[in-house]
Write a protein that binds this ligand. Structure first.
Ligand SMILES: [Zn+2]
Ligand SMILES: [Zn+2]
Length: 479
């Protein structure tokens, strides 16, 4: 560890860019200096323990992926990345903090679910990690348990309007939980899709012999995302609870968020790389892989689903990111292999485990949006690090390059190149890549987490157990 100087780069923040050297002492950033500064008569480069040359490159705060599901039990199997493999892949891709979802299953105590998550993650993470709490069964006991979450450093919890019989909460349960959250200052995160209606459509499609992955996208119609988003907004409005809608994919859902924000409400939205780049037609309907034929689309079965490009949802997500009607991009990283996992739903799309693996590629995929002119360089940093830190109570320690902040630093090379694919850049524990063939006009060169160099010169120097649990404060993003 010791002292480290990131020299000669362009430091990019959410609000601008500047040529500067970054001095690290131990785990913290201690100074952001004029290039070549000889502070107090010292030539820093010759007196520090480690010099990282960032000439011609961007120096940005480490990525924060605020939506991951390591080892999530789903549909009779578990998400294929462990905390070790998933956070190692995160580090490779320039993400130095994750916020995963601890799960309270229906019928289980919240404390039991949370303890199980600490057990899985503790000592196994390569980067820092925090938790949101999934409340899978809202009742008197779990409402009471919500009161202890803030002291645990867990300041956000998630409800589901989808998945009846699994995580589903009805409107009465949502209202009660939001009332509690408003009292406690907790951020309510919502999976906003009308699950009971989706289940009817899915069963009807199945009974008509429409069983391929494509129909996963048809059953989960945008009307049911718009409707649930609106309902969540109005319930939150009634209770005064701030609301964060996860994995927004329908342009009509963005319109609902925008309308609420125009009324001054504390309503926020996240989208994911898959909703920016992938579509119902090209991916869910894919049949080109000879191994899988018309089941190939299972690689991209996730919820909310990939939506029709003809309907313009992808363009609307980029637009929402520009206008700040969407504030963040997380991955909803929830990887499953095709073999033995996605395969469970061959012949019945309803049984395909829902999820895509992207944790390694989020920084690159969003940077490509800078290259193509969808977002600015500063907005890239804001969407992937600064706002996630503010939204979930980490800002100051994370999300910024400034004295006193954790030395979570990524050196990103705009002249580099990254080819994504299973035999190329891929460290996630999956037998396929949802991003096979994507080419990025940039490259994650050096990744530093709390002063330790985790990635440099194309090699991984990190270890499981480096990552620490992040006790988070209340949201710092309210209007
Ligand atoms: Zn969800
Ligand atoms: Zn999720």
């Amino acid at each position: 560890m010791g002292t480290l100087l990131v020299r000669g780069g362009t430091v990019v923040s959410a609000s601008g860019r500047t040529e500067a050297d970054v001095l690290v002492d131990g785990e913290r950033i201690v100074a952001v200096l004029q290039p070549g500064s000889t502070l107090l008569g010292h030539d820093l480069a010759s007196s520090v323990d480690t010099v990282v040359d960032a000439t011609g490159k961007y120096v940005i705060p480490g990525g924060i992926d605020a939506h991951t599901h390591m080892e999530l039990p789903f549909g009779g199997t578990n998400a294929s990345d462990t905390f070790e493999t998933g956070t190692t892949a995160a580090a490779w891709g320039g993400t130095t903090s994750i916020i995963d979802f601890a799960v309270q299953k229906t019928g289980e105590a919240v404390e039991t679910g949370l303890a199980a998550w600490h057990e899985k993650a503790g000592g196994n993470c390569a980067v820092d990690y925090g938790f949101h709490q999934i409340i899978g069964g809202v009742d008197e006991q779990s409402l009471k348990a919500m009161e202890t979450l803030v002291d645990e450093g867990i300041t956000s919890y998630k409800l589901f309007m989808a998945y009846p019989g699994v995580f589903y909460s009805d409107d009465a349960q949502i209202l009660k939980a939001m009332q509690k959250a408003a009292d406690l200052g907790l951020m309510t995160m919502m999976h906003a899709e009308n699950g009971p209606a989706i289940d009817v459509l899915a069963e009807q499609l199945y009974n008509q012999g429409k069983t391929t992955p494509y129909f996963h996208g048809i059953a989960r119609a945008w009307q049911l995302e718009e409707e649930a988003t609106h309902r969540a907004i109005m319930l939150a409005d009634l209770t005064g609870a701030p609301l964060y809608v996860v994995h927004v994919s329908a342009k009509q859902a963005v319109e609902q968020l925008a309308a609420a924000r125009d009324r001054g409400k504390n309503v926020f939205g996240e989208t994911c790389p898959q909703y920016l780049y992938l579509s119902l037609e090209e991916q869910l309907g894919a049949t080109g892989d000879p191994t899988w034929g018309d089941f190939e689309g299972a690689k991209w079965v996730c919820s909310t689903p990939l939506r029709s490009r003809a309907e313009g949802h992808q363009d609307a997500m980029w637009q929402g990111l520009r206008t700040n009607d969407l504030q963040m991009v997380s991955t909803d990283h929830c990887p499953f292999c095709m073999k033995d996992q996605k395969e469970l739903g061959r012949g019945d799309f309803r049984a395909i485990p829902n999820g895509i693996g992207s944790i390694e590629h989020r920084m690159d995929l969003l940077y490509q949006g800078v290259v193509t002119g969808e977002i600015t360089l500063e907005r890239w940093v804001e969407l992937t690090s600064t706002t996630p830190a503010r939204m979930f109570g980490l800002y100051g320690t994370k999300g910024v390059i400034a004295p006193g902040a954790d030395a979570d630093i990524v050196v990103y090379d705009p002249a580099g190149h990254t080819s994504i694919g299973l035999e190329k850049t891929h460290h996630m524990n999956m037998d396929h890549s949802a991003w096979e063939g994507f080419e990025i006009d940039g490259h994650v060169d050096v990744v530093i987490s709390r002063g330790d160099v985790l990635v440099s010169d194309g090699a991984f120097h990190g270890r499981a157990g480096h990552g620490r649990f992040l006790k988070r404060g209340l949201t710092q993003y309210l209007t």
